[in-house]
Design a binder for this molecule. Structure first.
Ligand code: C5P
Length: 222
C-alpha cells in the first residue's frame, strides 16, 4: 500500500496512475469520490451551507453509484450510474463544490469504508488528501507530493490551453490558493503530511524525474 497525499495540481494523479500501472497495482482516486458528491449535489441544487441539504448529501455519498473503468494509457474513466462523468467532475465549479462538501465530517464519514474497500492484492496506490493520515495510517510507504502554487497554476493553465479551453492564469492561481487554504484549515482531516510521510516537491521536475524519486523510495523499502 502506497499513499500519495498533497494539494491539488501537484501531480499526484499522474504519478499515482503511473505507479499503479508500473507496479500492476490497484488505484484509488479518492478526490473523484468527493468530486462525484460535488457534482451530484450541484445537479440537485444542494448547498453545503444549508443545514437541511446536508442530510441529502450524506445519503448521496453513502450510495454513490460509481464505477471506475480502467482506460488504456490514460488512467481510468469515472462512471456515475452508467454516465461517463470523467470530464464533468473536473469542471471548476465541481472542484469548488467537492472541496466545500469535503470539509463536512458526515460526508467524510460516509466515504470512509468505501475507500478502505479498495484495498486488494497485489497492492493499492491511494491518492488524496488524508490517505496516509486518516484512511490508511498503516500504509507501507507514505508520500506527500507538493509543488509551489505558481507552478500548479501554470500546469493547470497549460492543461486547459491544450484542451482549447480559454483560461486566466491569475484567476486559476487565486482558486488554487483558496482551495489549499480550505483543505488545510478545516478541522476534519486537514491537508497535511503524515508524520512518517516522505515529502516530494515536484516544482521544476517533470513526471519522469518525480517518478524516479518515488521508485528509489519504493526500492529502498524492499
Ligand atoms: O484531488 P482532487 O482535486 O480531485 O480533490 C477534490 C477535492 O476533494 C479536494 O479539494 C479536497 O477538498 C477533497 N478531497 C478530500 N480528501 C481526499 C481527496 C479529496 O478532502 N482524500
Amino acid at each position: 500500500m502506497i499513499t500519495l497525499d498533497g494539494p491539488g495540481g501537484a501531480g499526484k494523479g499522474t504519478l499515482a496512475s503511473e505507479l499503479a500501472r508500473g507496479l500492476g497495482w490497484w488505484l484509488l482516486d479518492s478526490g473523484a469520490l468527493y468530486r462525484l458528491v460535488g457534482l451530484s449535489a450541484l445537479r440537485e441544487g444542494l448547498d453545503p451551507d444549508r443545514a437541511e441539504d446536508r442530510e441529502r448529501a450524506v445519503a448521496i455519498a453513502q450510495a454513490l453509484p460509481v464505477h471506475f473503468v480502467p482506460d488504456k494509457g490514460a488512467g481510468q474513466r469515472v462512471e456515475l450510474a452508467g454516465e461517463d462523468v470523467t470530464d464533468a467532475i473536473r469542471a471548476d465549479a465541481v472542484s469548488e463544490a467537492a472541496s466545500r462538501w469535503a470539509a463536512l465530517p458526515p460526508i467524510r464519514e460516509a466515504l470512509l469504508s468505501r475507500q478502505r474497500d479498495f484495498v486488494a492484492l497485489p497492492g493499492l496506490i491511494a491518492d488524496g488528501r488524508d490517505m496516509g493520515t486518516v484512511i490508511f495510517p498503516d500504509a507501507d510507504l507514505k508520500l506527500y507530493i507538493t509543488a509551489s502554487a505558481e507552478e500548479r497554476a501554470r500546469r493547470r493553465y497549460a492543461q486547459l490551453s491544450e484542451k482549447g479551453v480559454a483560461a486566466n492564469l491569475e484567476w486559476i492561481y487565486r482558486e488554487i490558493v483558496e482551495r489549499d487554504e480550505r483543505d488545510a484549515s478545516r478541522d476534519a482531516a486537514p491537508l497535511k503530511p503524515a508524520v512518517d510521510a516522505h515529502v516530494i516537491d515536484t516544482t521544476g521536475d517533470d513526471v519522469a524525474a518525480s517518478l524516479d524519486k518515488i521508485h528509489n523510495l519504493v526500492a529502498a523499502k524492499g
